[in-house]
Design a protein around this ligand. Structure first.
Ligand code: ZN
Length: 200
């Protein structure tokens, strides 16, 4: 699954305590993500929407959905009654548009842990490390601090030693480091540059 969709689901969960999606939400996701979310159990089919924006008028009124059940399940019909315009009355609603899927919380938490673990192994620039692994600094400040560390590392006599890089920094490519290496060295860096932020 793309990190984009997982992050979206986690963000909605964090904000609302639940994350429920309809067909219009899912239509905007990268292809295959929804199927994978279902397949892995991250999303589960939930009860259909109980209210929808009325498609019958231009007022975007939110109306309760009424169901009419026939003899067979496929005979079920849904409609809303427009509360804004008297001349509209019953507006049929396609059943597919009422389908909802909800995130399974424990599955979401375990995927969050996996993603964090994976991220912890991905090399970062000095600035990226400060942004992701330290307590928040002001806007633009992470770059200043990163530059300060890299400058300090070039000074003689050496007080601050960089860990091995995972790439060759040429042109605009930044030096990348393993987060665990920078974590281990951080207390030492803070002794040389005391105003560096604390680790999270
Ligand atoms: Zn209406």
């Amino acid at each position: 699954m793309s990190p984009k969709v997982l992050n979206l689901i986690l963000k909605v969960l964090d904000a609302n305590g639940e994350a429920v999606f309809g067909p219009e939400d899912i239509a905007a996701w990268p292809e295959g993500d929804f199927e994978e979310a279902l397949h892995t159990g991250l999303l589960e089919e939930a009860a259909p929407a109980e209210e929808v924006v009325c498609p019958g008028c231009e007022e975007a009124c939110l109306e309760d959905v009424d169901f009419v059940h026939g003899d067979r399940p496929e005979d079920t019909r849904a409609y809303v009654i427009c509360g804004q315009r008297e001349d509209i009355g019953r507006v049929p609603i396609p059943l597919e548009s009422l389908q909802r899927w909800a995130a399974n919380k424990s599955r979401a938490e375990s995927l969050r842990l996996d993603a964090d673990r994976k991220r912890a192994k991905e090399p970062v620039s000095m600035r990226g490390f400060i942004e992701q692994y330290c307590r928040p600094v002001g806007p633009g400040r992470a770059q200043q601090l990163a530059t300060r560390i890299l400058q300090e590392a070039r000074r003689k006599p050496v007080k601050l030693k960089l860990p091995p890089t995972t790439n060759k920094a040429t042109g605009n490519r930044k030096k990348l480091f393993r987060p665990a290496d920078l974590r281990a060295k951080w207390p030492q860096y803070k002794r040389v540059i005391p105003w560096l932020p604390d680790l999270k």
